[in-house]
Write a new protein. Structure first.
Length: 238
C-alpha cells in the first residue's frame, strides 16, 4: 500500500489512477488504495470509501491503529482542519470503526457482484476442479477456515498454474464463514475462487485496502496456520 520514497513518481497520475496524499503520513498513493473522508452538511466527518460524496475531501492511508492514535492526540483534528480549510468539523470518536465497517461492506458488496456476474466458484470440489484446470485467478478462504481445506485447494491451484514449488496460495479474508455466507446468500461458505482476471483485480484491490487499514497486509498472501477447524464438512458444500 505504501509507496517507497525512491519509487514515487512526480506526476499525480499513477498506473492505478490519480494520486492522492495522506493527510496524516504525507505518503502519496493512488486514490484507490486510500480512504476518502468527507464532511456532512452539519460538519460531521464520515468515511466516503467509494469517493462519491460531493465537495472537498481528505485522504488517509494509515492503519486504524495509527488513525485512532492521531485522533486521541489531536493530530487528526489539525490535519482535517487544514484539509477542509477551517470549516467547522465534528470528528466521531468511533471514526476508525466506521471506516472499517464501510471497507468491509465494500468488500462484501464486491464479492456479491462478482458472484452474480458468474465470476465466482463456490464449494470445495468446484474450486478444486477449476484450480486444476487453470481457470482460477483468485483463491480465498474465511478467517475461521482450518488448514486442511485451504492447503489442498492451494495445491490444486499450483498444479493448474504449473507453479508447484512456489508460494502461491489463497488469501485469508477478514471475514468468517458466517459473514461470507450472509454476503453471498449461500450456506456455509468457507472458500471461494474467481475465474476472471479483471474480477480478481477488483476484489484484490478492495481486499488490500481493507487489510492495510487493519494493519494486516501480510495476511493477504499468507496461508492458514494451525490445526484444521471443521473443514471436513465443507468438502462438498459451499
Amino acid at each position: 500500500m505504501r509507496i517507497p520514497h525512491n519509487e514515487r513518481v512526480s506526476s499525480d497520475i499513477t498506473a492505478d489512477g490519480p494520486e492522492r496524499k495522506c493527510i496524516l503520513s504525507g505518503e502519496h498513493a493512488s486514490r484507490d488504495s486510500l480512504v476518502r473522508l468527507a464532511i456532512s452538511p452539519d460538519g460531521l466527518v464520515l468515511p466516503d470509501v467509494l469517493a462519491r460524496a460531493p465537495g472537498r475531501g481528505a485522504w488517509i492511508g494509515v492503519s486504524r491503529e495509527a488513525l485512532e492514535k492521531a485522533l486521541s492526540n489531536g493530530k487528526l483534528k489539525g490535519a482535517l482542519a487544514r484539509a477542509f480549510k477551517g470549516a467547522p468539523l465534528s470528528i466521531p470518536e468511533d471514526l476508525g470503526q466506521r471506516i472499517e465497517q464501510a471497507l468491509v461492506r465494500t468488500l462484501t458488496d464486491r464479492l456479491g457482484i462478482e458472484l452474480r456476474a458468474g465470476n465466482m466458484l463456490l464449494g470445495t470440489e468446484k474450486i478444486a476442479a477449476g484450480a486444476r484446470a487453470g481457470t482460477v485467478t483468485f483463491l480465498a478462504h474465511a478467517s475461521d477456515a482450518g488448514s486442511d481445506g485451504p492447503n489442498k485447494l492451494a495445491q490444486a491451484w499450483r498444479v493448474g498454474e504449473m507453479a508447484e514449488g512456489t508460494g502461491l496460495k489463497g488469501a485469508i479474508l477478514p471475514l468468517d464463514r458466517a459473514a461470507l455466507s450472509v454476503a453471498l446468500g449461500r450456506d456455509n461458505v468457507v472458500h471461494l475462487a474467481l475465474t476472471d482476471a479483471a474480477a480478481a483485480e477488483r476484489v484484490g484491490g478492495v481486499l488490500a485496502r481493507l487489510l492495510h487499514f487493519l494493519g494486516r497486509e501480510s495476511d493477504e498472501a499468507a496461508g492458514p496456520q494451525g490445526p484444521a477447524a471443521n473443514d471436513d464438512f465443507d468438502t462438498k458444500g459451499e
